[in-house]
Design a protein around this ligand. Structure first.
Ligand SMILES: [Zn+2]
Length: 112
């Protein structure tokens, strides 16, 4: 290993440790996230909605979802926001999708 590689590893160590700590906390929060609604309502509620919405639309830009779902958690060190439907409990995720080298766009889809 060159001196430069070693230096880089040493300098980045706190950042890696920080990201790992966040990931552990998020996994715990995610496992204990709020469960909403009753799946018995799903056939008339979220089932008819598409499995995913067009790229670049955030939850707040989607009229069919914005008033029925609630933010219940975050994973992927903040890049993925989880939501659940208050009526039927369907979970939705808003990811940041990489497009090309630099662009990232929101992408909303059913979580399960
Ligand atoms: Zn629903």
């Amino acid at each position: 290993m060159s001196y430069g590689d070693l230096l880089k590893k040493l300098l980045m160590a706190p950042a890696y440790a920080h990201a790992a700590a966040i990931a552990v906390r998020e996994r715990f929060d995610h496992a204990n996230r709020k469960r909403l609604g009753d799946p018995a309502n799903r056939a008339k509620c979220c089932d008819p909605l598409p499995g995913e919405f067009p790229l670049k639309k955030r939850v707040v830009d989607i009229p069919e979802l914005v008033n029925k779902i609630e933010h219940v958690g975050t994973i992927n060190t903040g890049l993925t926001r989880w939501f659940a439907c208050r009526t039927c409990g369907q979970e939705w995720r808003e990811d940041q999708e990489s497009v090309g080298n630099f662009a990232e766009y929101p992408h909303v889809r059913k979580a399960t």
